[in-house]
Write a protein that binds this ligand. Structure first.
Ligand code: FAD
Length: 456
């Protein structure tokens, strides 16, 4: 018998329950990836993620070839292409990881009905894309958790399965047509410092992280210049690493660094279970606040300056430029740039979320949209009106100013923390730096935010 394994956001061979089950139930397996036209039409298929995806598919194909198989690539509508492969191979079943987004749910529905027409079964596997499936733990009286801490407590008590190893051999039916695996080199417009993708690279990073980074994570995760987080987020987004495996490995090491890291992985599950229960939160306020976000030409100028990293607030600008350069931004940078856009400039969070999705290699509907909502105060933050002060954030998380000097070369001549407040320099010296004046003063901005939101 033949089984089709449809890969989506799970581009790995290690700890892959659908593949494991397919190998147990069939003699031959079709590892299939569909370059889904709908993803492109939704504007989600941006160069940085497309390039990372190309690396992932190249690596997956190579790993399958080492095991006697190969990856089959098609493009079009997923359900139609899967049905075509089923017809071509006479496959008895199709296996796929359960998705979380509205898009994934629709894809699953389309698959289900296409396969029902062919009298074939669709098996949907939980615990592949998140550590715990959305809905696996619930508070009484609701279909999801809306507050992180109780979710984390409950989530921490759940036992996860032991991670599965990679299969030794995969037999793929002969003669099945495949498009060429996309090549990263063919993709234009990527960030110059974009990280490489693929399961092998993810596992290398994971190993290095366990050896050198994890133990110090609790103390150093907010250190902007130290850059001491795992940078595993694109691997989690594309599923080149398994969240179950990451949680289990960190737990087995133990210690404060590992515990803090597991807590962040739980944030990922938390946002996924929120989105699964409230798919509209991808674009609509999770907690509607009747914000009258600024618009018009003055706001458009502010948005352009924010995107370009020219707001006049050095740590904000540094982080925005890191995003353009690497297709990635440190979490502390994401927090303070998002707070700056939504609360200091009082611009709609959707504008910022879209810009992030255009550039982030880990750009993810659940994590991006719900973190934006968290910062904007329309989401799960229990203190929705807190405003991060960019000068204090800079002084605290980049105390010597090294992060700013790395990303804002116009200010590289300024010593130490003075780099966070270039407006304090004497006028002649300021004029020598090609660096903008702040878009707005912080007291004015705070006043505007409080009036607009009607909070004291
Ligand atoms: P680490 O600190 O090493 O954390 C390990 C893993 O935990 C991360 O890879 C990630 O999968 C998960 N994680 C950590 N923090 C969070 C969090 N707050 N929410 C959800 N998961 C988390 N993360 C994305 O993966 N994709 C996004 O599109 C995204 N957009 C964001 C937008 C904003 C405005 C903010 C404030 C945060 C966003 N995050 C997003 C969350 C977080 O910033 C990144 O996951 C993290 O910076 C990735 O770096 P890392 O892998 O080194 O993280």
């Amino acid at each position: 018998a033949v089984s089709v394994v449809l890969f989506t956001s799970d581009l790995r061979l290690h700890d892959h329950p659908p593949l494991r089950a397919a190998l147990a139930s069939a003699d031959e397996v079709v590892p299939l990836f569909v370059l889904d036209r709908g993803v492109r039409e939704a504007g989600f298929d941006v160069p940085n993620r497309r390039a990372f995806l190309a690396d992932c598919l190249t690596d997956l194909d190579a790993a399958l070839r080492e095991r006697g198989g190969r990856l089959v690539v098609r493009s079009g509508r997923t359900a139609e292409e899967v049905a075509r492969v089923v017809a071509e191979t006479g496959a008895a079943e199709v296996r796929v990881a359960a998705g979380v987004t509205h898009y994934a749910a629709r894809r699953e529905e389309a698959l289900r009905s296409a396969l029902a027409g062919l009298d074939r079964r669709l098996h949907v596997h939980d615990g592949v894309i998140t550590a715990l499936p959305p809905g696996a733990v619930l508070p009484s009286g609701s279909d999801h958790y809306a507050v992180f801490t109780p979710y984390f407590k409950r989530w921490s008590r759940e036992r996860l399965r032991d991670p599965l190893g990679a299969p030794r051999a995969v037999r793929v039916p002969e003669g099945l047509a495949s498009e060429p695996v996309p090549a990263r080199a063919d993709i234009a417009g990527t960030a110059p410092g974009l990280a490489p993708g693929g399961e092998s690279e993810g596992r290398r990073r994971l190993l290095a992280w366990r050896r050198a980074g994890l133990a110090g994570y609790e103390d150093r995760h907010d250190d902007l210049p130290g850059d001491a987080t795992s940078r595993l987020s694109p691997h989690l987004h594309f599923g080149t690493l398994s969240p179950v495996e990451l949680v289990q490995r960190a737990r087995s090491l133990g210690g404060p660094g590992a515990e803090a890291f597991v807590r962040q992985l739980c944030w990922r599950d938390f946002h996924h279970q929120m989105l699964a229960a409230r798919p509209a939160a991808a674009h609509a306020d999770y907690r509607p606040r009747r914000d009258l976000w600024r618009s018009g030409s003055e706001a458009a100028g502010d948005i352009a300056a924010w995107k370009a990293g020219r707001t006049g607030y050095p740590v904000v600008d540094a982080a925005m430029r890191q995003l353009r350069h690497e297709g990635w931004m440190h979490n502390r940078g994401r927090l303070l740039t998002a707070s700056f856009l939504t609360k200091t400039l009082y611009i709609d969070w959707r504008v910022g979320a879209r810009h992030f999705l255009d550039h982030l290699v880990d750009g993810d509907i659940a994590n991006n949209q719900l973190n934006w909502q968290w910062v904007a105060g329309t989401g799960a933050d229990t203190r929705p009106n807190r405003v991060l002060n960019p000068v204090r954030q800079g002084r605290r998380f980049d105390p010597d100013g090294d992060y700013v000097r790395r990303w804002v070369p116009e200010l590289s001549g300024l010593p130490g923390p003075a780099v966070h407040e270039p407006w304090l320099l004497p006028a002649p010296e300021r004029a020598r730096h090609d660096y903008p004046e702040p878009l707005v003063t912080l007291p004015e901005a705070l006043d505007r935010f409080r009036r607009a939101r009607d909070v004291g």
